[in-house]
Structure formats: structure tokens, C-alpha cells
Design a protein around this ligand. Structure first.
Ligand SMILES: Cc1ncc(COP(=O)(O)O)c(C=O)c1O
Length: 397
């Protein structure tokens, strides 16, 4: 199969295949140069265009560019009025950022365990976790597979809760024909260097609610009524007012230069991700020591991550040794995620321990994220497959 993605001149490796590498082509580079010589580097016309094109792509009324998904989630909670005394329901099988921003508002994160098939929040357990203090549900669309959003939205409606989606992995995901980003009250995306769409660091919040959008935008830049572009352009005025004690979470035109072109080529990049996932699925189908990702019907997977589950009962080694063996075969990997409740800070501060969320812990002990990104060519994919097969053969019970 021919890899149709232009990898540029630089090979992605000598020997070692990195877990992830972004694909930056000449369009992004030329746009960055244009920005650097334009006289305007920070939030300006390119951010505005990126927001407009992003909202159109998602099908949301508003898109607000932020300097990270973390910042977006933080602002979404604050715009939603979340603070001390409130409870926010989410999953422990996520990146620490999802939880830290809840803590920063003064609210309490309440964990609901995951489903063992999709590794997404188990919607059947959400209602048990609701108390009079619950204000928000934060579903995390793990690896690019959307959560059961019909169920999440129905519960939120019944209990009058806000739904803020952590879609760090899930640009291009769809749930029953609807793009992630056009379902919950606010959705936050990540453009971190390893993500499906990269701006180095960056994020976007989408919503159909004009009030929430306005509040997020103002909070993202010190709480000021007017951004610098509006003040310093020919028709601008020097005057501004601070309406909230805001943050410094705005995206720059340098970041948007990358984002504009990454968005325009997203369909092609996604197609390549899908191709690689399919090749992996077929190659691992007959390996009983490896489980390939489970994908629900009625959804479109964004294939941000390709996560295999090691069947420990079939092997003489554990997951960590499997990763070490892959490293010796020159294959980079990662683990998503160390369940948040097992990190020292949350254990020591909130008394969490192993056994609290058995599904998240069981899955954590078995998962390995394999390389999956458009810059990989067919030889790279083949090397990963051969390495996995070799290790399984060598260590099979
Ligand atoms: C599930 C999840 N949420 C949030 C984030 C934070 O994204 P960012 O680095 O853009 O702040 C990440 C980052 O990897 C993530 O995986």
C-alpha cells in the first residue's frame, strides 16, 4: 500500500520509531513565515480565521481558541459557574489535566469507573454518583472513541447538569453521525504536539451557547472586554474594561498558522490514521495474547491512539516487560493512562487507593499504546507488527 502522505525530506528515524511525531508540511511552514513577517504575532486575524473554520468544520455556533485543552477545560468550568462546594463527575482513566482543572476551581472531582470494553465512563454508574452538589459531567472520549453521549445527555437533562466534554483525543470523532464538539454544552479539544491536529500547544472550546462562548473568550484574556487586536488595529480604541479576574490562556497567530493548515488537511491525515489502524487490526486478529481496540457501532473513531490490551494469562511477561521488549526492537510506545487516583498527590490528599476503581486499574495493567500517526510509512507499520508478533511468540506460555 502506498503511503500518500508527504513525509517531507527528513526521515522520522534512524533506527528507533518514536511513539509519535507531527506532520508539518510546507503550507504550515509558509504560513508561519508569513505570520512572523506580518508584524502581528499574538491573538489576531489568523486566530479569528482558525476559529471560524473550526466552528464550521465542527458544526458548532462558536469556537474559542485557547492555548491548551487544559486551559479550555478550566475556563469551561469557570464559565459554567463551577466553584467551591460543587462536584464534577468524570473518570479516573484520563490525563491528570482533566482533574487538576476541577481542583483549581475549588470543586471536587467525583470518579466513576470505566467500561472494560471502550475504557470510557460507564454511564450506567453515573446516577449513583450524583448528589445535590453535582453540577457537571465531564466525559472523556478515550483514544478517539466517543462516550455513550445519548446516555450522558439524558442524565444531564434529568438532573440539570452541564456537560463539558474532554475531547483532547477526539477531533474528527463522530457519535451517531454527529461530530464530537456539537453534542454537549462545551467541548474542549487539544492541539498538543502528539494530537491529530497540532499547533505545538493549543486547544479550542466549542459551544452553541452565546453566553458561555462570550464568557470563555473574555476569561481567556485577563477578563478584558476587548482583545489587543481590537485595540491596536486602525479602527481600534485604547479603552478596555476588566469584567472578570481572567486568565492568560489566549492562542497566538503563530499557533493558528499551524492550526489553519492542519485543519484543512485533517481529512487526509485521518484517512491515513484509519488505514494504519486497519492494518494493525488485521495483523493482530489471530494473536490470542493481544486484544485489539473494541469499537462500538454508530461511532466514528478518531484513532488518536491505537491501544492494545495484553492478555497476561497467555504470556510469561507482564505489560512493562512487553514495553521494554518493544523498546529493544526499536519501537516507541506509551501507556494511556496511569489512573489519576493512583498518583501520589491524589492518593495522599484524598485517600484513594488501589481497588477503588477496579476496571480502570485492570485496564491500566494491560494496555500499551502503539505508534499511530500519518508520518509513519508502510515499513514503519510493518516493523511495529513484526516486533509485536516476535515478542508474543517468544514469551508465549
Ligand atoms: C484526556 C486528556 N485531556 C486533556 C489533555 C490536556 O491537553 P493539553 O495538553 O492540550 O492541555 C490531554 C493531553 O494529553 C488528554 O490526554
Amino acid at each position: 500500500m502506498k503511503n500518500e502522505v508527504d513525509k517531507g525530506d527528513k526521515p522520522i528515524r534512524e533506527n528507533f520509531l518514536p511513539f509519535s511525531q507531527p506532520l508539518i508540511e510546507k503550507e504550515e511552514i509558509n504560513e508561519i513565515i508569513d505570520t512572523l513577517t506580518s508584524g502581528w504575532l499574538t491573538t489576531g486575524p489568523k486566530v479569528k480565521r482558525f476559529e471560524e473554520e473550526f466552528a464550521e468544520y465542527i458544526g458548532s455556533k462558536y469556537a474559542i481558541a485557547i492555548n491548551s485543552c487544559t486551559g479550555g477545560l478550566h475556563l469551561a468550568l469557570i464559565a459554567g459557574g463551577i466553584g467551591k462546594g460543587d462536584e464534577v463527575i468524570t473518570t479516573p482513566f484520563t490525563f491528570c489535566a482533566t482533574i487538576n482543572v476541577i481542583l483549581h476551581t475549588g470543586a471536587k472531582p467525583v470518579f466513576v469507573d470505566i467500561k472494560p470494553d471502550t475504557f470510557n465512563i460507564d454511564t450506567e454508574r453515573i446516577e449513583q454518583a450524583i448528589t445535590p452538589k453535582t453540577k457537571v459531567i465531564v466525559p472523556v472520549h478515550y483514544a478517539g472513541q466517543p462516550c455513550d453521549m445519548d446516555e450522558v445527555m439524558a442524565i444531564a437533562k434529568r438532573y440539570n447538569l452541564l456537560v463539558i466534554e474532554d475531547a483532547a483525543h477526539s477531533i474528527a470523532s463522530e457519535y451517531k453521525g454527529k461530530k464530537v464538539g456539537a453534542i454537549g454544552d462545551i467541548t474542549c479539544f487539544s492541539f498538543y504536539a502528539t494530537k491529530n491536529l497540532v499547533t505545538g500547544e493549543g486547544g479550542m472550546a466549542t459551544t452553541d451557547d452565546g453566553e458561555l462562548a462570550k464568557k470563555i473568550r473574555i476569561l481567556s484574556l485577563h477578563g478584558m472586554s476587548r482583545d489587543a487586536w481590537k485595540r491596536y488595529s486602525a479602527t481600534g480604541s485604547w479603552y478596555y474594561e476588566v469584567i472578570y479576574p481572567g486568565y492568560k490562556y489566549n492562542m497566538t497567530d503563530i499557533q493558528a498558522s499551524l492550526g489553519l493548515h492542519q485543519l484543512r488537511k485533517l481529512t487526509r491525515l485521518q484517512k491515513r490514521r484509519e488505514e494504519i489502524a486497519k492494518v494493525y487490526n488485521e495483523a493482530f486478529a489471530n494473536l490470542d495474547a493481544i486484544e485489539v481496540p473494541f469499537v462500538k457501532p454508530n461511532i466514528k473513531h478518531a484513532w488518536h491512539l491505537y491501544v492494545i490490551k495484553v492478555v497476561l494469562e497467555k504470556l510469561n511477561i507482564g505489560r512493562n516487560q512487553f514495553i521494554e521488549a518493544l523498546r529493544k526492537e526499536n519501537i516507541g510506545t506509551s501507556v494511556h493512562f496511569i489512573p489519576v487516583h493512583l498518583h501520589p498527590y491524589y492518593r495522599n490528599t484524598y485517600g484513594f487507593k488501589r481497588g477503588d476503581f477496579p476496571n480502570a486499574e485492570y485496564i491500566y495493567d494491560r494496555v500499551i499504546s502503539l505508534p499511530l500517526y500519518p508520518r509513519m510509512n508502510d515499513k514503519d507499520t510493518k516493523d511495529v507488527i513484526e516486533a509485536v508478533k516476535k515478542i508474543v511468540k517468544h514469551y508465549r506460555k
